[in-house]
Design a protein around this ligand. Structure first.
Ligand SMILES: Cc1ncc(COP(=O)(O)O)c(C=O)c1O
Length: 441
């Protein structure tokens, strides 16, 4: 569909949901004063970072300036009260997300419900449950995970093995290790349909392993060789639900379901795949606890993933596991009969927050002809009964019209974002069936 004129190199992702509120104000201020009226409380984090490999001097200078100013702001400000007076100099960083958006919900919770107190003599041993395939997995976390998936109806856990990781990032690497044959004729190909989560290529090739290598966009993969395909659903960065796209018979799938929770997407069925990755970072927003879990059908794969983590970090912090268990139990409690006071459930709170932010960003984008956002068909969530379209934790923003480098355009207005090239969407033109079908998945 050439008339779409949709160059994916112009597409960029604007970080995580807590930042979406910022975009709303863009349309009100007009292009020339994009950054002049932000409220300090809206600005969540600032980093200096560079994006472009081929930069002209002007852009380079501009980046240095932005980066320097960002560092200054970081040094001088630790709280809203310490906001700089010079608003024109403010840099808005939407490049990196940090899921602090649910903090207010957790602040309202009573100590008894969610606070964990640990004495110095507790959690000393390396071991948690030597009878379990994953011997460092805390039994309390197993029950909390199984219960929450049952309550939400988003994944099957019965008869499955659970492996805990230091974030789902560690489990991703553990899964690659477990699925790549140690004596293969070459490194295993690892693919994911573009646009894909920008950390996959980095994590896959970081150690230049002989076991596996990043092989790029799954749509382009046509080798008659074994491969691992990552299916991220809902997808980071574009928010669409997905299925595997390589239809070869030599593939193994890893399903990254970090966002398969009812504040981001209607839950349709309990997911039941061979390897599913979840994380506290996105489900409850506790990214700092660094707890992820894999639900694995095959015992041998679960064992190999456990071995990876054993060699890598000799297990996963018990303190974090126990804290995560307490929080997951509190979420389940808030959804069930234990919630006698009828307090707002975590998923009600987070759904409303996401819906509100998406309303704002869509209103802002609709007021200008400069940008567009994906639209998601509504479906009915089996958990909440609500009918809605995806509410991703990030926005995949397309620059329309004359602007052909959206990232640089926003950067010139001191808004730092991450362009399509980081997600494998640099040079492609969204004009053929192949790309259209991605959007329909
Ligand atoms: C799709 C996806 N998977 C995994 C992760 C990493 O999660 P964790 O914090 O558990 O390592 C992220 C974080 O942004 C993500 O977007």
């Amino acid at each position: 569909m050439a008339d779409l004129g949709f160059f994916l190199k112009n597409v960029l992702v604007v970080s995580l949901a807590m930042n979406l509120g910022l975009i709303w104000k863009i349309s009100h201020d007009g292009e020339k004063t994009l950054t002049s009226k932000w409220k300090w409380g809206d600005m969540l984090h600032f980093h200096g970072c560079c994006f472009n490999d081929q930069k002209n001097n002007r852009v380079e200078e501009e980046e240095l300036l932005v980066s320097k100013r960002t560092e200054e702001i970081l040094e001088t400000t630790s709280s809203p009260a310490a906001a700089p007076e010079d608003w024109e100099s403010v840099v808005i960083n939407l490049d990196h997300g940090d899921p602090t958006m649910y903090e207010n919900f957790w602040k309202q919770k009573g100590d008894q419900e969610t606070t964990v107190v640990t004495s110095s003599w507790q959690h000393i041993s390396y071991f948690s449950d030597v009878k379990n395939v994953c011997w460092f997995l805390e039994p309390g976390l197993v029950s909390a995970i199984a219960r929450l998936h049952k309550v939400v109806g988003n994944a099957v856990t019965e008869g499955r093995h659970i492996v805990v990781g230091t974030g789902s990032s560690q489990l991703y690497q553990a899964a690659l290790y477990a699925l790549s044959p140690p004596n293969g004729s070459g490194p295993m190909n690892v693919v994911s349909a573009a646009p894909f989560y920008s950390s996959y290529p980095l994590m896959t090739d970081y150690l230049k392993s002989g076991l596996h290598k990043w092989a790029g966009d799954a749509y382009e993969f046509n080798k008659q060789e074994p491969y691992i395909e990552l299916v991220t659903s809902p997808n980071n960065p574009d928010g669409f639900t997905r299925q595997d796209v390589v239809k070869g018979d030599k593939g193994i799938l890893i399903h990254d379901l970090a966002y398969y929770w009812p504040q981001y997407t209607p839950i349709l069925v309990p997911a039941d795949y061979d390897i599913m990755l979840f994380t506290a970072s996105k489900s409850t927003g506790h990214a700092g606890s660094r707890i992820g879990w894999a639900i694995v059908k095959d015992r041998e794969i679960a064992k190999k993933m456990t071995t990876f983590i054993e060699i890598n970090t000799i297990g996963v912090s018990k303190d974090s596991q126990i804290r995560a268990a307490k929080i997951l139990q509190a979420v389940s409690d808030s959804c069930g009969q234990e919630n006698q006071k009828g307090a707002e459930t975590f998923f009600d709170y987070s759904y409303k927050l996401m819906a509100e932010r998406w309303k704002k960003i869509r209103e802002a984008v609709n007021k200008t002809e400069l940008f567009s956002l994906p639209s998601f068909p509504p479906e009915t969530c089996s958990f909440s009964g609500r009918t809605f379209g995806q509410l991703p934790a990030f926005a995949w923003l397309k620059c329309e019209g004359e602007v052909d480098d959206c990232e640089s355009f926003l950067r010139r207005h001191k808004i730092l974002t991450r362009g399509g090239k980081h997600f494998g969407a640099e040079h492609e033109i969204c004009e053929d069936q192949h790309v259209e079908s991605r959007e329909r998945v």
